[in-house]
Ligand binder design. Structure first.
Ligand SMILES: *Cc1c(COP(=O)(O)O)cnc(C)c1O
Length: 525
């Protein structure tokens, strides 16, 4: 094809051949070494005179050797960091279908609000009288979290979902101690489909984890829970909708079975985004639930932060919430920081989770999201998230296998690898081929209850056009896998800067510190 200037618009050679370049770069995708490897310690990009002799005050703390920072010019420094930033695949570059993690668009309005200096510049040690606005924002957000969940109180400070789980279970432990039953109530029931953080959290504070098998249809059977629950039961940790993307339809009966045995119902609220405005956990019998503000209420996440996991609590657990908490007084809002002081206000906090009060920037984003959507908008977001997941399910069900049958799902759709049987392609290969197509893969091999899981969560923020392209891509890949085009998968990704990495080794033995390479010894003449 030639354009109007007579220049070709399509390459004239077979594009499947990957040519090696002199630089190692792939067109505009540039190789980026570590800054220590490109900069050198004996030069600097800063042109200032050496300081005049002065009296040194550091005494024995004075540095004796050079600090060893790499010196680069300003443009070199700029390019280094901009190139690194371009290596990040994020929700702002493309569809991010990770199930369970809820990668949804974060409206820029939220960012604008979070950067208002009155919020972004507050210091946690400022006198409380000078941060009344920030406290009011925290209190307003707390009000909406309690209202949307139908619960009694909320502990705002936990800094992630898993941290919230710890907070909720510590409140449960405190309640059990207050009942004098700590010697007997030691078991936490956790369904097979649970997120790994659930059993890890329970084990961390010395509960004994007992797993609850899920039934054929992917949900938890209340009769099984009733048979496992007894005087030794501290709690059950249940996710609803669960990590198979299914609503636990017997959740009320499960709550009753646990309460009858004298235990507490901890709900993992990471999937709250599927039911906001539709169902209130408080009405389902929940005693404690963390809310991932970074999943349900839009704050961007991934790459390790930031997170925020407020925990809503029932009337029975509210008194045990950790400090700090906000109290209304005649002089304004007061942050109760001290455990002894908290007891004066009728509370029995189990302690404190964080040094300060939580993630201010995330509180601002979450409240901005809530207020700009309104109650009707948040309800619609949940409905659209569910609709989008079901659209993906319906459009792929003829090619890919659904472990629990072709039935409606909630906000995420779970496929297994039955459909890949005898193709020579695994879930991992399929995911790597998605990278070549410009998509971040879906969640793989989780939940563990199905073989070769592929968990897709499109979220409400994807348009019909974007979903159609994603679906067409997966259909093309699925047909190629079934047709026997194995090479497209087993060697994938072909187009990524790096191919298949040893992720397990990277996680188990990470290299976190750069050490200068040993100088190469001159060969003897
Ligand atoms: C994300 C998630 C968690 C943990 O939340 P973090 O903020 O990553 O600690 C727990 N349970 C489920 C179901 C999740 O999806």
């Amino acid at each position: 094809m030639l354009n109007r200037q007579g220049r070709p618009t399509t390459p004239s050679h077979d594009t499947t051949v990957v040519h090696k370049t002199f630089t190692g770069n792939k067109a505009l995708q540039q190789i980026e070494p570590l800054i220590f490897e490109i900069g050198s310690t004996d030069q600097t990009g800063v042109d200032i005179d050496a300081p005049a002799p002065h009296h040194k005050k550091l005494g024995k703390f004075e540095r004796k050797s050079p600090i060893g920072l790499p010196g680069l010019s300003e443009p070199e420094t700029m390019r280094h960091y901009v190139r690194l930033s371009q290596k990040n695949y994020g929700i702002d570059t493309g569809l991010f279908p990770l199930g369970s993690c809820t990668m949804k668009h974060n409206p820029r309005l939220n960012e604008k609000m979070a950067r208002l200096p009155g919020f972004s510049d507050v210091h946690p040690l400022q006198p409380q009288a000078t941060v009344q606005g920030a406290l009011e924002l925290m209190d307003t957000l707390a009000h909406w979290l309690v209202t949307l969940t139908g619960m009694d109180a909320v502990a705002m400070s936990p800094k992630a979902g898993a941290h919230g789980e710890l907070c909720g279970l510590m409140a449960i432990k405190a309640a059990i101690i207050a009942r004098g039953e700590e010697a007997t109530r030691k078991v936490v029931l956790v369904p097979d489909s649970a997120h790994g953080t659930n059993p890890a959290t329970a084990a961390l504070i010395h509960f004994e984890v007992r797993s609850v098998p899920v039934r054929e249809d992917g949900t938890v059977d209340p009769h099984v829970v009733a048979s496992l629950a007894g005087p030794d039961t501290a709690a059950i940790m249940l996710t609803n909708p669960n990590t198979c993307g299914l609503f636990e339809k017997d959740v009320v009966a499960i709550a009753e079975a646990i309460h009858k045995a004298g235990g507490y119902f901890y709900a993992d609220g990471a999937n709250f985004n599927a039911i906001v405005g539709k169902a209130r956990p408080g009405d389902l019998g929940v005693d404690a639930m963390h809310i991932n503000l970074h999943k349900t209420f839009s704050t961007p996440h991934g790459g390790g932060g930031p997170g925020s996991g407020p925990v809503v609590l029932s009337e029975r657990l509210a008194p045990f919430a950790p400090v700090p908490f906000i109290r209304k007084t005649d002089e304004g809002l007061q942050l109760v920081e001290d455990e002894a002081e908290a007891t004066n206000h009728g509370a029995h906090p189990f302690g404190r989770m964080t040094a300060f009060h939580g993630q201010m920037g995330m509180y601002v984003r979450a409240l901005s999201y809530m207020l700009s959507h309104g109650a009707d908008g948040m309800k619609q977001a949940s409905e659209d998230a569910v609709l989008n997941a079901n659209y993906v399910r319906a459009c792929l069900a003829d090619l890919m296998s659904l472990p629990f049958g072709n039935k409606p799902c909630m906000h995420e759709v779970l496929f297994d690898d039955t459909w890949l049987k005898d193709t020579g392609v695994s879930t991992l290969d399929f995911a790597k081929a998605m990278i070549d197509e410009g998509y971040h893969p879906m969640t793989m091999y989780f939940p563990l209850v199905v073989h070769g899981a592929m968990l897709i969560e499109p979220t409400e923020s994807e348009s019909r056009a974007s979903l159609d392209l994603f679906i067409a891509t997966l259909r093309d890949l699925a047909i190629a896998a079934k047709r026997g085009d194995t090479e497209r998968f087993t060697g994938a990704p072909y187009h990524a800067p790096l191919r298949r990495l040893d992720e397990t080794r990277a996680a188990r033995s990470p290299v976190l510190k750069w050490t200068p390479p040993q100088p190469i010894l001159e060969a003897a003449e």
